[in-house]
Design a binder for this molecule. Sequence first.
Ligand SMILES: [Zn+2]
Length: 240
Amino acid sequence: MLLAWFDLGDADRVFVFFTKKFGKVAVKARGIRRPQAKLRSQIDFFRVVELELAEGRSFYALTGAVAKEVYSGLENDLQSASVAYFLLETLTKLLPDGAPQVASYHLLRGSLEALDKKYCEADVVRYFFLLSLWQILGWGLSWDRCASCRTELKEVCCLNLSEERIWCEKCATGRENLIRLNPGVGRDLSSGQLDILRSRQLSELEKDVLQKIVRHFRGKYFNEEMKSEEFMRFACGKSN
Ligand SMILES: [Zn+2]
């Protein structure tokens, strides 16, 4: 799946693909910007492309490409497309080069499909994707047990974002800057279980909390502006 691209020289282009087998790889396509280039029409965002690659010195060289699955619903829906671009840009920034990331690959594919087929609100996909990715990369929050007394978290848990810790109500007494949430929401959205996207709805209150978590994640891991956020602000009227 295509994450990003940039032009090189007069007619070449470098594509950054997220592949199942090799993870994130840069692929040079010679002459692809020429009008008669055959592979041109096969490669675009929001599709699964089967690639044929040859080893090169600094990049892989593209020798063949066939589009296998196209998420065409994304092209006609600005809001879903803006969230989809956000997912791609997030991965471009966070994934290491050339290391297989199978769980993240499936997460992206399933999330794009959910946006394409509108299994749930685009925002739910965005929260699910980020929380699950955070978990996959090993930096996420622990939603199962209280950080102090280790009892199982049930209906309400208390989260402090700057400490990235979650407590039961008893242990949270006296602590500051707490956000309260049903731990089941956090568990579901960070589970990476794609079938959750088929039915999940969120209350305005839950969205508000998730928004804060996403903002924290974003502030911590991306220190530069994201192009897709500008697009998202335009498409959805969002300010994160
Ligand atoms: Zn506790």
